[in-house]
Design a protein around this ligand. Structure first.
Ligand SMILES: [Fe+2]
Length: 521
């Protein structure tokens, strides 16, 4: 019978060393290491990205894809180890965190690393390595400490980057504008079949209906070097609109009011591909056709953002029978104006109203998909029509938000949006004839084409609260927040077919602290 060794100091040290050795051996060490990628096949062909900054961390993203247009990215169905590194300097002399993680085939060999314990309110640099290949270096940052007195925040926001409609010259200028953050407000991809005529470049695969198809579609977009540069310049906060799944969908219905079960299967595939390609947290991994995307971003005491999802839970289009099928314009009807309708779904709307009541930030921004303020068009017979795709789909939802801004004395609320391929700015009221409570700035589209000049003019003439409505040019929005004022610039490229296009400000606005109402700078 072996004697039990006495619990000596020496044995304690040995035991501790054994525990430490076990801890130092990562649990994934036994994972098979994929062979060296062949020359000319960069595993980091989709670039890098970061997002979701908090005071002590963020998400670092990449997806291994040596053959980006293959549904499997050109990789075996195995979990593959990827190393990552975060430093205070671009030369990686002062590394503050590093580790290994697994790129899993179940998530398209994407990697979402969430480093923690970082310093608030500072810049960091990150990179990945896999099988002897190094990724590009990305710049990111942490959010300021909670309640910190921040002097300035500059952020850009874009939406609607249809690959076939243009090149991403706007992003070269966005990078040069050196934003602290970038918001992307939806239509990151478009789901349609490839077009071969009348386009600047073509989608590479048929309309995606399953995960493999959506992966190829995202990879098509993400191979663009200018889009990669925009991701690498700052952390992104993303939300989706309709085309990440299918045109004009809402809740469980596509635009044709097809079989909800078939559509939810498609939505599940599209949501998973979205997660795989965006710098989102593990908490946002979709479960079937459900993915929690709405959230709050705090930027010290200077700003608070609510990032909304007005697609997943919205009420179905009103004022149309199922036989009416697709179509954005809806007439007015009691159903549209019903107080029971919600554009966000009850849970998200309740969350939003709570968040607004609790905010103590100087600037309070709704970052959302579609046109928020009131807008209608009147036909030759004097009949009003509304877009079923934006907030006119459920104006009671908008009214509850605007009333909460006013009642809770939320400081300097304003809205940024996308979806309509238009630079638009206007006043926001709870209901017609009531005081202006907030303003709205729709930041155009990065590439997707807009309407006609006549249609733009009619929209302006028929909606006095809309001060600017221009769907003829492409670009993005740029906002600079400081203690006393916010500056908003609509940045419009000269030629969307030219990657080296010049850019100019289409319009500039100012919001003075404590004063609502659209004001040109
Ligand atoms: Fe769009």
């Amino acid at each position: 019978m072996a004697a039990i060794p006495p619990l000596s100091r020496r044995n304690l040290i040995r035991a501790a060393a054994a525990v430490a050795a076990n801890a130092a051996t990562p649990w994934f060490a036994a994972a098979p290491v994929w062979a060296q990628p062949r020359v000319g096949e960069d595993p980091f062909s989709l670039g890098v990205a970061s997002g979701e900054p908090t005071p002590d961390g963020m998400v670092l993203w990449t997806r291994l894809a040596p053959k980006p247009l293959d549904p499997d990215g050109g990789l075996p169905a195995e979990a593959l180890p990827v190393t990552w590194e975060l430093a205070e300097d671009e030369g990686f002399k002062r590394t503050v965190a590093k580790g290994r993680t697994l790129a899993r085939p179940e998530l398209g060999h994407s990697v979402h690393v969430e480093p923690v314990g970082l310093e608030p309110g500072r810049e960091y640099f990150y990179r990945f390595a896999f099988a002897g290949a190094a990724s590009p270096v990305g710049r990111t940052r942490t959010a300021p400490a909670p309640g910190a007195a921040v002097q300035r925040l500059r952020y850009a926001y874009g939406s609607c980057q249809k690959y076939e409609s243009g090149l991403y010259g706007a992003y070269a200028h966005l990078v040069a504008d050196a934003p602290d953050l970038v918001f992307f407000l939806g239509d990151y991809i478009y789901e349609g079949n490839p077009k071969t005529s009348g386009v600047v470049r073509s989608h590479k695969n048929p309309e995606p209906m399953d995960l493999a198809g959506y992966r190829v579609r995202y990879a098509t977009y993400k191979t663009d070097p200018l889009l990669q540069a925009a991701h690498a310049c700052a952390p992104w906060l993303v939300t989706w609109d309709d085309h990440e799944v299918a045109n004009d969908y809402g809740d469980d219905r596509d635009q044709d009011f097809g079989d909800p079960w078939a559509f939810l299967r498609r939505r599940a595939a599209a949501y998973q591909a979205y997660y795989e390609h965006m710098p989102l947290r593990a908490a946002q991994i979709p479960v079937g056709p459900a993915m929690m995307l709405h959230r709050t971003l705090d930027w010290g005491s200077l700003a608070q953002f609510q990032i909304l999802d007005d697609r997943q839970y919205r009420d179905a289009r009103p004022c149309l029978g199922p036989e009416a099928g697709r179509g954005k314009a809806i007439p007015d009807c009691d159903e549209r104006r019903a107080a029971t309708r919600s554009h966000l779904g009850r849970a998200q709307e309740a969350w939003l109203l709570d968040e607004l009541s609790g905010s103590r930030a100087r600037w309070n921004v709704l970052a959302q998909q579609t046109l928020f303020g009131a807008a209608r068009r009147i036909n030759g017979e004097g009949q009003a029509f509304y877009s079923a795709d934006g907030w006119e789909n459920a104006p009671a939802s908008r009214e509850r938000i605007v009333r909460r801004w006013a009642e809770a004395k939320v400081s300097n609320p304003f809205v940024i949006g996308g979806d309509i391929h238009t630079f638009a700015a206007g006043d926001v009221r709870a209901a017609p004839g009531e005081p202006v409570v907030a303003t709205e700035y729709v930041g155009g589209s990065v590439t997707s084409s807009g309407g006609t000049p006549d249609s733009d003019r009619l929209t302006r003439e028929q909606n006095p609260d809309i001060g600017l409505f221009n769907s003829q040019v492409r670009g993005y929005g740029l906002v600079e927040l400081s203690a006393g004022r916010a500056d908003v610039a609509f940045r419009a490229v000269k030629d969307v077919t030219d990657a080296r296009t010049p850019i100019a400000d289409l319009a500039k606005f100012v919001i003075e602290d404590g004063r609502a109402g659209l004001t040109r700078a």
